[in-house]
Design a protein around this ligand. Structure first.
Ligand SMILES: NC(=O)C1=CN([C@@H]2O[C@H](COP(=O)(O)OP(=O)(O)OC[C@H]3O[C@@H](n4cnc5c(N)ncnc54)[C@H](O)[C@@H]3O)[C@@H](O)[C@H]2O)[C@@H](O)CC1
Ligand SMILES: [K+]
Length: 484
């Protein structure tokens, strides 16, 4: 199983929140970061050296405030660039007060004219880490200029202040560090700099990356920050022998935030569908089932949507499978493929980005292998995803999600969810998410949200869950910050 090596600041925030969800809160990580930083400083300093720690008001500064405690046998001077009341997080502020009470020399610098970092033997640059935006502003810019103008070695915390950990771009007034102690994994852009890098293990359990946890919800922007249209439009192509399935997928996509969902289905199904919910917009095509003559109509509709759900209730009529194949052959958008449509995917020649959501029986029918033990299954799913060139979300007690390079595991959900229709809900949620997220993240979040919705229902009512129960549980799982 692989999680990827370089990680962006945003990804780090997800992992950090997942660690907290697993019982390892940020304050503990800050303590480990500070300790790792202090060890690196100790390795470069001589006894009695003067060490100037230049701290910003965020958690990057907080890491260095912790380090100061470990280094109080040196002549440590801590410069806080800003007023202590404006430290941005509680954990960093608590560490500032701990320094004051321990009488470790601290000064707060309010503006650049008052800034004199002196001539220490070593600088610690803890002004900005992954929270940076834009070029350094004052008084940070003046501090960077003083550090850069001196011959004193600089150890930077996480990244040199001025390196954007999202893009790897360097601000024009960035700190020129000699050494970087970066946490957990290297950040983008570090490899292009002329610095030595230590990657410090800060005790984040590998489970925080492997498992999809509440921190993964940070990938979603909140409804309050967004406008209509930001969440995209979804087309569900389904129905034929079954009508409930496309209705469930469509309603699930709406609950997961899609702005507009339409269902393309055979005309007979269309009338029934409208009876399910007034929220469904239906685009009927001729015939009893999806067959080659309807491909052009469906393809035109699909091109007007951000993502497609292909499969719910379509059935496995020979004509339908040919139609699915023809549709995928000409499609270059993003589709979540479920149910009988799955068996067509491995042989199909398509430009489309597909997220396939098989249970283990369907996976075998696609030509994939499965195993009892989830780690073994994860390796098999990763290899099969690489082979077919699409993202897989293989449902099970532990869902395994892989795009062939990155692999995640989801643990939400419960035995009550083996009831019919929960897979249709999952496909709809995943398609809504795929309108704004990369396939692997959409699939991982889809599995998490669907399972967590099921857990919420079972918590509230006990077993006896039916698929429609999941629909109302989707929004609170997605948009509430914490479990109440
Ligand atoms: N996310 C994580 O999992 C962990 C983060 N840690 C540390 O936390 C850091 C991130 O902390 P924060 O998110 O608090 O962010 P930062 O400490 O990087 O910066 C945030 C502050 O800087 C200000 N700022 C942003 N751009 C500026 C600019 N161009 N000029 C002047 N001020 C600017 C912001 O207004 C904010 O007050 C990491 O780099 C790392 O050092 C570690 O403690 C361990 C775990
Ligand atoms: K820094």
């Amino acid at each position: 199983m692989s999680f990827g090596q370089v990680i962006t600041g945003r990804e780090m925030a997800v992992i950090d929140a997942n660690a907290a969800a697993l019982g390892v809160p940020r304050k503990q990580l800050m303590e480990s970061s500070g300790h790792a930083l202090a060890r690196a400083v100790r390795a470069e300093a001589d006894p009695g050296d003067e060490i100037a720690i230049v701290a910003g008001r965020g958690n990057n500064g907080g890491d260095a405030l912790v380090a100061a405690r470990f280094l109080d046998d040196f002549q440590v001077r801590v410069f806080l660039l800003g007023r202590p009341e404006t430290i941005t997080t509680d954990i960093a502020r608590e560490n500032w007060h701990a320094l004051e009470r321990a009488e470790i020399p601290t000064e707060s610098v309010r503006d650049s004219t008052a800034l004199d970092l002196g001539k220490p033997d070593l600088f610690v640059d803890a002004m900005l880490g992954t929270g940076i935006s834009g070029d350094l502003r004052e008084p940070l810019a003046a501090a960077a200029a003083q550090m850069n103008a001196s011959d004193t070695p600089v150890i930077a915390v996480d990244v040199p202040s001025g390196l954007d950990a999202e893009t790897g771009a360097l601000a024009k007034n960035a700190v020129a560090a000699d050494h970087v102690v970066t946490f957990h994994k290297p950040k983008p852009g570090l490899d292009a700099l002329d610095v030595s890098v230590t990657v410090a293990d800060i005790g984040i359990p590998s489970a925080a990356e492997r498992y999809v946890e509440r921190g993964d919800l940070l990938r979603l922007s909140r409804p309050a920050d967004t406008h209509k249209g930001d969440f995209g439009e979804v087309l569900v192509v389904g129905g034929g022998p079954y009508t409930g399935a496309p209705a469930l997928s469509a309603q699930a996509a709406l609950r997961a935030g899609a702005d507009l969902v339409r269902v393309a289905c055979p005309e007979g199904v269309a009338r029934e569908l409208q009876g399910y919910s007034e929220n469904l917009i239906v685009r009927p095509f001729e015939g009893e089932v999806f067959s080659p003559h309807a491909v052009e109509t469906v393809a035109e509709l699909a091109a007007e949507h951000d993502t497609v759900v292909l499969g719910p209730g379509l059935g496995a009529d020979d004509n339908t499978l040919v139609a699915v194949q023809e549709f995928l052959h000409g499609f270059d958008g993003t589709a979540v493929v479920d149910a009988d449509a799955l068996q067509v995917v491995p042989g199909v020649d398509t430009e489309a980005t597909l997220v396939c959501t098989p249970h283990q029986g369907e996976l075998r029918k696609m030509g994939g292998k499965t195993a009892e033990e989830w780690r073994e299954r994860a390796d098999l799913v990763e290899a099969f995803a690489a082979e077919i060139g699409h993202t897989l979300l293989v449902k099970g007690k532990y869902d395994v999600i892989s795009d062939g390079e990155r692999t995640r595991v989801n643990r939400t959900g419960n035995p009550g969810m083996t009831v019919g229709g929960t897979g249709d809900v999952l496909a709809g949620v995943t398609a809504a998410l795929a309108a704004t997220q990369e396939s692997i993240d959409a699939a991982a979040l889809g599995a998490y949200v669907n399972g967590a919705a099921g857990d919420r229902v079972v918590d509230a009512q006990g077993y006896g869950l039916v698929a429609t129960d999941l629909l109302k549980a989707i929004p609170p799982v997605m948009w509430r910050d914490s479990d109440e």
